[in-house]
Design a protein around this ligand. Structure first.
Ligand code: BG6
Length: 480
């Protein structure tokens, strides 16, 4: 008897994002994005790395998709660069941009790979930043909708899986609270929550419009879910977990699934004077869209521990480990609410990310109980240093181990009643890790490049052959 069962037609996949793989940043009419600009500010990224060339997927997509087909991938999740479609964010469409993504979609379909498209994976047209500060203005809602509708008109008949926003919680937190991503702002929370409210409306109107246009595919958002455990049974720590969940998880998950913010979190923000401002129809639009999403997309990398954080305790502004030097990251939290110390029962990666396969099952169970929605694991993977041997092989057994344990946990969640449609590893080829350069590798396919240079040639890692067997056996190979 096979212990690890996955549904028939389970979508075994892998994911990427335009800025992290494509390169060709100023080619064929593409406009400048916020990231094209941000990475040029000294000190922002590891060794000043940029996505100018990235792993040159723009010119090598046929080779990359052929490798996906060789592996037997059932779905490929990729994002579209808004700046290739609308170089100025709106106005005239760039046909070459549409043609490029049409070729990617067709190439996938040729091999029977289901394309899963992320509409927005963080690269915002710089023109919209200059005109009205991007997501800070409600003007973004209509421009986003116009961009998304262009994609639906162009690809809606070929693409059946759409992800509106990738990790809204991360791009807004790092962009407006801790200043580590563009626009690099520190905020007391007022703008952060307004930016999120605007992003929720962009998502909601996009979902509603997709349905209004008559499409019957699946649509939802992808959330970076960090499930939490209380440090111990001290009630003050249990309540810090409850508050963490409301502020850091359910603030997004509840809005996608119910169209409402969690009440206690809203009260807390109102008391602090930083709650988002609603316009007349907002509540109605958000609720209507919540009824139309088809799945909860989740990017899962780690869980966390919650402990009460005194008023003079740690802040959200701790150093992030972007070097791969273990232990260089700092503990963060919100004074008076929670902090996130290390979990003494779990190991961490070289970038101090907690490794916790059980967390994947935990979050599937949570989503199933709370929202009764199908789940797409739109990212999960291990960022690690890889070594290419003299014979060009790469023995990434640690990555196999990581994915294997997470998949076993996912199979248990399915066995316990969770409906999981897809599992996408992060990532297929190695790629640019936003702040961490090229040395933090995630792929099944090694790309010969470092922070400065490289041939960009592709080499299959041991994990490539292992995941191929997992797909071939629909998960049965996990037993081995
Ligand atoms: C997710 C993002 O946050 O995690 C990806 O959606 C990202 O774009 C991935 O690359 C891993 O994060 P990092 O910082 O290690 O590249």
């Amino acid at each position: 008897m096979n212990k690890y069962k996955f549904p028939e037609n389970f979508l075994w996949g892998s994911a990427s994002a335009a800025y992290q793989i494509e390169g060709a940043y100023n080619i064929d009419g593409k406009g400048m994005s916020n990231w094209d600009k941000f990475v040029r500010i000294p000190g922002k990224t590891f060794k000043g790395t940029t996505g100018d060339i990235a792993v040159d997927h723009y010119h090598r997509y046929k080779e990359d998709i052929a490798l996906m087909a060789e592996m037997g991938l059932k779905t490929y999740r990729f994002s579209i660069a808004w700046t290739r479609i609308y170089p100025q964010g709106k106005g005239e469409v760039n046909q070459k941009g549409l043609e490029f993504y049409e070729s990617i979609i067709d190439e996938c379909l040729k091999y029977g790979i289901e394309p899963m498209v992320t509409i927005y994976h963080w690269d915002l047209p710089q023109a919209l930043v200059e005109e009205y500060n991007g997501f800070e203005s409600r003007k973004i809602i209509d421009d986003f909708l116009n961009y998304a509708e262009t994609l639906f008109r162009a690809f809606g008949n070929k693409v059946k899986y759409w992800i509106t926003l990738n990790e809204q919680n991360i791009f807004t937190s790092l962009g407006w609270l801790t200043a580590q991503h563009p626009p690099g702002k520190f905020d007391d929370g007022k703008m952060f929550y307004q930016v999120n409210h605007n992003a929720f409306l962009a998502h909601a109107k996009t979902v509603l419009s997709y349905r209004k246009m008559g499409f019957t595919g699946k649509i939802g958002a992808s959330f970076a879910y960090t499930p939490s455990y209380p440090l111990d049974c001290n009630p003050i720590n249990i309540m810090s977990k409850v508050n963490y969940d409301d502020l850091k998880n359910f603030w997004w998950l509840d809005m996608y699934a119910y169209g409402e913010y969690p009440r206690a979190a809203m009260k807390y923000l109102e008391k602090k004077g930083i709650a988002p401002v609603f316009y007349e129809d907002d509540a109605e639009i958000l609720k209507a869209a919540a009824k139309e999403i088809s799945f909860m997309g989740v990017n899962y990398y780690q869980s966390c521990v919650c402990e009460y954080n005194p008023l003079d305790g740690v802040t959200p502004y701790g150093t992030m480990n972007t070097t791969g030097i273990k232990g260089s990251g700092q503990i963060t939290g919100i004074p008076g609410v929670y902090k996130n110390p290390q979990n003494k029962f779990l190991k961490t990666t070289d970038w101090d990310w907690t490794i916790d396969p059980v967390g994947l099952k935990y979050l599937c169970r949570e989503i199933t109980s709370r929202y009764r929605l199908p789940i797409i694991i739109s990212e999960n993977g291990l960022g690690a240093f890889d070594k290419q041997e003299d014979d060009k092989s790469i023995h990434d057994i640690y990555r196999i181990e990581y994915i294997k344990e997470h998949l076993k946990s996912l199979a248990e969640a399915i066995d316990e009643g969770c409906e999981v449609l897809a599992y996408c590893t992060w990532s297929f080829t190695d790629l640019l890790s936003w702040l961490n350069g090229y040395q933090k590798r995630y792929g099944f396919v090694y790309v010969d490049r470092n922070e400065e240079t490289g041939s960009l040639n592709r080499y299959k890692k041991d994990s490539f052959y292992w995941y191929k067997k997992i797909i071939e056996t629909n998960g049965e190979f996990l037993e081995k």
